[in-house]
Design a protein around this ligand. Structure first.
Ligand code: GDD
Ligand code: MG
Length: 356
């Protein structure tokens, strides 16, 4: 696919991951040992695409510092920054002058997927489409763009975040655009591809194709999705060529110390210099560099931020513990709680159980 270029969109508000975003912008959060974006870039490269344009509305220097010109990943990366967020369509239009290919793959930067990208491009070419959308089926389509198609795979409607979706087939956030369609997006103002460009193309009779598959797919927008996606990467359920170690029950990075008798499994990432005490049980968790899990503590499907502590006997389930925060001994946190960075919960300070 040397004749295809890729555009990756990162930007917008991204508030759903707070307080995590205090330590890194969402696409740079360590996910299975590397910034999330590294997994997407590895898939783009594996599909044979070399040129990538990162269209961002914030912090381009953070991305450039890590990925540079892309050589190390076998890519040529160009960074384009919006002065003010231009939305998904405006972000695509804003990079147009850097594109030279006729077929352009566009990615939402927060999606973890295993799609065969060559097959999406093949559908685009076979159907002579103006735009082709990768579509997947999900249990609850209301949080996504709902996209019904006819029996030939032609897109009939695009309904962004509707309460009454007519099908469970949704926009997976990966498109092939014909170059001329990108040039037709209005310049210099915010545009949503979901609410403006796609409905406009359909209204004007353009050919919009759907490419449906059953490959791995997950939007990483919420902490719960981030944690489960990360565990899927570690276990090899979600494919990536960027994993810094073999797949398995745990990915243990340099300098981590796990006491004998501690159980660490379910796709847990154990960051650099992390310490896990005897009798601890850590399942499907993300332990960022320098985190400490005390003796007999339980950490399940949670994020423990840089240098944060979960002290002896504490239990943290479906929770985000911000950087450097301390969850005191015997505390019990669960059900989507978020401890802000640097907050210290004293021993027994927050519990569900009535006993001490
Ligand atoms: N450059 C740039 N500028 N990127 C942006 C901007 C912007 O102003 N706003 C959003 N983005 C990027 C986000 O970083 C993300 O990678 C992508 O565009 C989609 O934005 P989200 O805010 O994550 O949208 P969503 O998850 O609610 O919905 C989108 O993704 C779903 C699939 O995950 C839509 O495309 C839905 O139709 C789709 O189903
Ligand atoms: Mg999203």
């Amino acid at each position: 696919m040397d004749d295809v270029e890729a555009v990756v969109l990162v930007g917008g508000k991204g508030t759903r991951l707070r307080p995590l975003t205090l330590s890194a912008p969402k696409p740079m959060l360590p996910t299975a040992g590397v910034p999330f974006l590294a997994h997407l870039l590895s898939r783009i490269r594996a599909a044979g695409v070399r040129r990538v344009i990162l269209g961002t509305s914030y912090l381009a220097e953070t991305f450039a510092d890590h990925f540079g010109d892309g050589t190390a990943a076998g890519l040529e990366i160009t960074y384009v920054v919006e002065e003010a967020p231009l939305g998904t369509g405006g972000g695509i239009r804003n990079v147009a002058k850097h594109l030279s290919a006729e077929d352009v793959l566009v990615f939402n930067g927060d999606v973890l997927a295993g799609t065969d990208l060559g097959a999406v491009v093949a559908t685009h070419r076979r159907t002579a489409a103006d735009v082709t959308l990768h579509l997947v089926r999900v249990q609850d389509p209301r949080a996504y763009g709902c996209v019904p198609t006819d029996t030939e795979g032609r897109v009939l409607e695009f309904l962004e975040k509707t309460d009454d979706p007519p099908t469970d087939q949704i926009n997976a956030g990966c498109y092939v655009f014909r170059r001329s369609v990108i040039d037709s997006i209005p310049e210099g103002r915010p545009v949503s591809v979901e609410r403006e460009t796609f409905p406009g193309l359909l209204a004007s009779g353009s050919r919009v194709s759907g490419h449906v598959d059953t490959s791995y797919w997950r939007d990483m927008g919420t902490p719960a999705d981030l944690v489960h996606g990360s565990a899927d990467l570690v276990r090899g359920v979600a494919p990536s060529a960027a994993l810094p170690g073999p797949t398995g029950e745990a990915l243990v990075l340099e300098g981590a110390e796990i006491a004998e008798g501690a159980l660490v499994f379910g796709g847990t990432t154990v960051g650099r210099g992390v310490r896990i005490g005897a009798g601890a049980r850590v399942e499907g968790a993300m332990l960022f560099d320098g985190a400490v899990v005390g003796e007999g503590a339980v950490v399940e499907h949670s994020v423990v931020g840089y240098g944060a502590r979960v002290d002896d006997g504490a239990s943290v389930v479906d929770t985000v513990v911000g950087d450097r925060a301390v969850v005191g001994a015997q505390c019990e946190l669960r059900g989507g709680m978020r401890v802000w960075p640097d907050v210290v919960l004293p021993p027994h300070g927050v519990r569900f159980s009535p006993d001490v």
